[in-house]
Design a protein around this ligand. Structure first.
Ligand code: KG4
Ligand code: ZN
Length: 335
């Protein structure tokens, strides 16, 4: 089955064509304009999507090497995300579906991240414990089968990606902060500063990242900018270690309790090198297979949306022209 996916939930305009698990084309345009503001400006994101959607989709179709009429269906993110940004993709795909007389389906962005991981796997065995970590989400999901999810726990406040982005902003590093902290942490000592690990000892799967952020702010205020700049590698390494340790410990615990066959990570923070290394080591120790997504399918992309959509389309499930965008859409199982 050939599916064209579209993703416009935040600041990436992306389109991709897949044939089953094979990506024929994947075009992603990251909107540079937001970096000067230290975060995504919703109105600017919507306008950029409007400008980019036609050329990006055309490029994805051209690079797939297939004529448009060989596409069997379309898939688009309809939430969660920025409403104005989501609407651009949703309306564009509705138009494509009408014009080309092929079905379309709206998919949840988080579900897309999960399928971004599955996309690069050859041997998928359920149940899988998924750690979903992005700029807007931090949750542990038990996936019992295709399109079947149980949320075991999530963050009570900030997402871990947000902690990376806001932490980097406080340190004067720029946006997005995750990759910058990851890079600087490589030459630093993670034991130099003892940042808090919220809920580490709790038996549940809840997270909290606002305290970590506040403790960095206090640390910067107490030590001054000069000291911070001189010790930036150690501070980044310590901050990153605090953020990642809770993710690793809780994920392993969830996999043990729920007798998972595999562990998967998904979302932008799944690109983090310490998380990949540490969770890899702990998975080996505990006897779990770890599914690491290809780096290019960790951050927002449309190939993951096409792959999630394919699971619906092949079951003959599609959306209607009345589909709306839902900024706070919850992850739900297919009933
Ligand atoms: O999944 P994504 O592209 O967008 C959302 O759905 O939110 O994730 C973006 C997030 C940002 O917070 C970014 O800083 C973080 O993923 N990120 C990383 C790394 N690469 C991206 N965080 C830590 N380490 C990285 N290497
Ligand atoms: Zn995302």
């Amino acid at each position: 089955m050939i599916v064209l996916g579209v993703e416009t939930s935040c600041d990436e305009t992306s389109a991709a064509v897949i044939e089953d698990n094979r990506v024929l084309s994947s075009v992603i345009s990251s909107q540079e304009i937001h970096s000067q503001f230290g975060g995504v400006v919703p109105e600017l994101a919507s306008r950029a999507h409007v400008r980019l959607i036609v050329p990006i989709v055309e490029k994805a179709v051209a690079e797939s090497g297939l004529p448009k009429d060989e596409i069997d269906g379309f898939s688009v993110t309809y939430g969660p995300g920025l409403v104005g940004a989501l609407l651009v993709g949703v309306n564009f795909v509705k138009g494509l579906s009408l014009a080309l007389k092929k079905p379309f389906v709206g998919v949840n962005h988080i579900e897309g991240h999960i399928y971004g991981n599955i996309l690069s796997q050859t041997d998928v065995r359920f149940p899988i414990i998924f750690l979903i970590v992005s700029g807007g989400h931090t949750q542990i999901v038990l996936m019992k089968d295709h399109l079947q999810y149980e949320i075991l726990g999530k963050t009570r406040d900030d997402a871990v990606g947000e902690a990376f982005d806001k932490g980097a902003k406080m340190l004067g590093l720029g946006y997005p902060g995750g990759p910058l902290i990851d890079q600087l942490a490589k030459n630093g000592d993670p034991r130099k500063v003892s940042f808090p690990r919220a809920f580490l000892k709790n038996t549940d799967f809840e997270f909290s990242y606002s305290g970590l952020k506040t403790s960095l702010l206090t640390y910067i205020e107490q030590n001054g900018v000069e000291y911070i700049n001189a010790n930036i590698h150690d501070i980044c390494a310590s901050y990153q270690a605090a953020a990642v340790e809770v993710l690793v410990k809780k994920t392993i615990k969830a996999a043990k309790i729920h007798n998972a066959k595999q562990i998967g990570i998904a979302g932008g923070v799944a690109a983090n090198s310490l998380l990949r290394k540490w969770l890899g080591e702990e998975s080996v120790k505990s006897g779990f297979d770890l599914y690491l997504p290809d780096l290019k399918y960790c951050t927002d992309n449309a190939a993951m949306i096409a792959r999630a959509g394919l699971e619906y389309l092949k079951r003959n499930i599609h959306s209607e022209q009345t589909l709306n965008a839902y900024p706070a859409l919850k992850l739900k199982s297919l009933s």
